[in-house]
Design a protein around this ligand. Structure first.
Ligand code: OXD
Ligand code: MN
Length: 591
């Protein structure tokens, strides 16, 4: 076995890598340094082994296509485990197995798993280097696709080793694709050991351990013990024509348009307004010395859903994926470019589908997988905020919770206070999407969009949110939004995409105390004249439907929420019961 690690000074790292190598028996170990020379070498290897297909450099310079195993195209929540010493530590929403048993089982699977393969040692930093938020992780992986993707998604390489010094405080991620057999696929988290073992999958959310596994599941646990929050949130800055920038963080379940909102290009009528992206998926939030909540994006790239991305829905994303991007499970055109449903162009003749077969237009099957993805560095984004690398992060003035709901939830509603906002987050629901294996389009409760990502007991997590505000003299205001409400014919009531700017502006004006709102049993909603609708064609009736609170729908919603909380054991939790009771009483009087 070759191993060029001899120079590594950190003994904890060297010992842990040696143990993993002894178990998995790779032919060689490659320590990644993050250099350009290394990227080129690994890319050549990936092309030679047909893991990456180069795209036409005249059309997409530096871009590659990856086709995954068709059985491995989304996160597998049923195979994802939080392995705390007792079941209660993982709580009612996580799959649980005891740590010792899990390690033993996975050791059996991993025994010799990397024979004939290379083990890449991928050191990475989450957060701007030098930030008090920053944390170091290592991923040991036998997938060159994962190693190259980690290079895009994180600050990968030598910087991590330098930052770590001789500390042993780093996330220990071990990943092997094994034989991609779903029968031997498990994504296991050991929060107490700051450790992740992921086997049998090469899919981003299962295999890029920095992302969901470390930056959300393990980090949420670390946040609980260290007094901060790791959240499934985008972060954006909204700059007014006067040059005032307000930062908001927004949680939506997977594939509900976080990337689109984070990169939003304001509509024509909003001259002089700009949206700056800090992050599109994950926020780490801490209480600052000034008593405000500060946020960073721990990632350095985007792993976005491709289908539906086009020049209208997200022009900045289209520019972001123009060069130096990796595409996974999209369709390929005969001239070496890529295509997906909802790209805004006709499918060209001779299209190759995501499985690598000639696409049959009449088959009714999509050419790109519905959860096909692009992986691109954040520096490609024309809307990237100058603060994206700021070690201090940005101060958050508003938190938004959103879901995909065909009915009930209005376009926007403001919570009366932080604790009411925690109730918004805890009770939110959304229709499921293709980002996770399972039925698509059914409403499921997804507290704070963290259902698949909270690495400890969700009841403790709600408590952590409620406690945090005691140390937060200037908390952000909290809102709930829904871009996806439909009319009786099933047509969306709100145009969405860039027009969501109008809702963001109302939110900013609420934060600044510049605009009014109407009190309803659910929270504060804008009156028609309080939303800036300049240049938007929307009928009064349509807007009214999009923003209305319907008593019947809400009474049914509260029944479901109550039932969900009861199932979690959160029935009498933190005033949730009283919230439901008083909302019901107010709804009984509602017009
Ligand atoms: C993602 C997800 O990939 O939430 O961001 O599934
Ligand atoms: Mn996500």
């Amino acid at each position: 076995m070759t191993n060029q690690s001899n120079g590594v000074k950190n003994r904890a790292v060297a010992q842990w890598v040696a143990e993993a190598a002894q178990l998995t028996q790779p032919d060689q170990i490659v320590w990644c340094d993050g250099s350009e020379e290394e990227r080129q070498r690994m890319t050549r290897d990936a092309i030679a082994s047909r893991v990456l297909i180069p795209l036409n450099p005249a059309k997409r310079p530096g871009c590659y296509l990856h086709r995954s195993n068709p059985n491995d195209v989304a996160r597998t929540e049923q195979l994802t485990f939080v392995c705390t010493p007792d079941k209660d530590g993982a709580g009612p929403t996580n799959n649980w197995m005891p740590p010792d048993e899990t390690y033993a089982k996975l050791r059996g699977w991993l025994n010799g798993a990397m024979r004939g393969r290379t083990m890449y040692v991928v050191p990475y930093v989450m957060g701007p280097v030098g930030s008090p938020f920053a944390k170091v992780g290592f991923e040991l992986t036998d997938s060159v696709y994962v190693a190259l993707s980690m290079r895009i998604m994180t600050r990968m390489g030598r910087a991590a080793l330098e930052l770590l010094g001789d500390s042993d405080h780093f996330n220990r991620g071990l990943h092997s694709t094994l034989d991609l057999n779903p029968e031997r696929r498990l994504i296991c988290h050991f929060p107490q050991d700051n450790t992740i073992w992921s086997v049998g999958s090469g899919y981003g959310g299962n295999a890029l351990l920095s992302k969901k596994c470390f930056a959300l599941r393990i980090a949420s646990y670390l946040g609980r013990t260290e007094g901060w929050l790791a959240e499934h949130m985008l972060i954006l800055g909204l700059e007014s024509p006067e040059g005032e920038t307000t930062y908001v963080a927004a949680a939506f379940p997977s594939a509900c348009g976080k990337t689109n909102l984070a990169m939003l290009l304001p509509p024509q009528a909003f001259k002089g307004w700009r949206v700056h992206t800090i992050g599109d998926d994950i926020a780490w939030l801490r209480i600052g010395a000034d008593g405000r909540l500060w946020a960073i994006n721990p990632e350095a790239g985007y792993f976005g859903v491709a289908p539906g991305t086009n020049a209208h829905s997200n022009p900045n994303a289209m520019k972001t994926v123009q060069h130096d991007a990796i595409f996974t499970n999209v369709a390929a055109t005969p001239d070496g470019d890529i295509w997906w449903e909802g790209m805004g162009t006709e499918p060209p003749a001779g299209l190759i589908d995501w499985r690598g077969q000639k696409w049959d237009r009449g088959s009714g099957q999509p050419a790109a997988h519905p959860n096909s993805r692009f992986t691109a560095p954040m520096t490609n984004n024309p809307a990237l905020s100058p603060k994206a690398n700021d070690p201090q992060g940005v101060p958050i003035s508003a938190i938004i919770f959103g879901g995909r709901r065909a009915s009930t939830v209005p376009l926007v509603v403001e919570a009366y206070d932080w604790s009411h906002g925690v109730f918004f987050g805890a009770s939110m629901g959304s229709e499921t999407t293709a980002a996770a294996v399972g039925q698509v389009g059914v409403v499921r409760r997804d507290p704070m969009a963290m259902l698949p990502f909270c690495g400890y007991n969700i009841l403790e997590y709600f408590g952590h949110w409620q406690e945090l505000v005691k140390r937060l003299p200037n908390p952000p205001k909290i809102f709930e939004v829904n871009w996806f409400r439909k009319d009786r014919e099933g047509k969306f009531l709100w145009p969405g995409y860039s027009e969501n700017m109008r809702v963001l502006k109302w939110i900013v004006d609420r934060v600044k105390g510049r605009v009014g709102a109407e009190q309803t049993p659910i929270g504060l909603v804008p009156r028609k004249e309080e939303l800036d609708l300049t240049g938007l064609e929307i009928s009064t009736a349509q807007l009214q439907q999009a923003t209305s609170i319907n008593a019947g729908e809400w009474l049914a919603e509260l029944d479901q929420v109550e039932e969900y909380f009861a199932r979690l054991g959160a029935g009498s939790f933190n005033g949730f019961e009283e919230r439901i009771k008083s909302a019901r009483a107010a709804l009984a009087q509602w017009r």
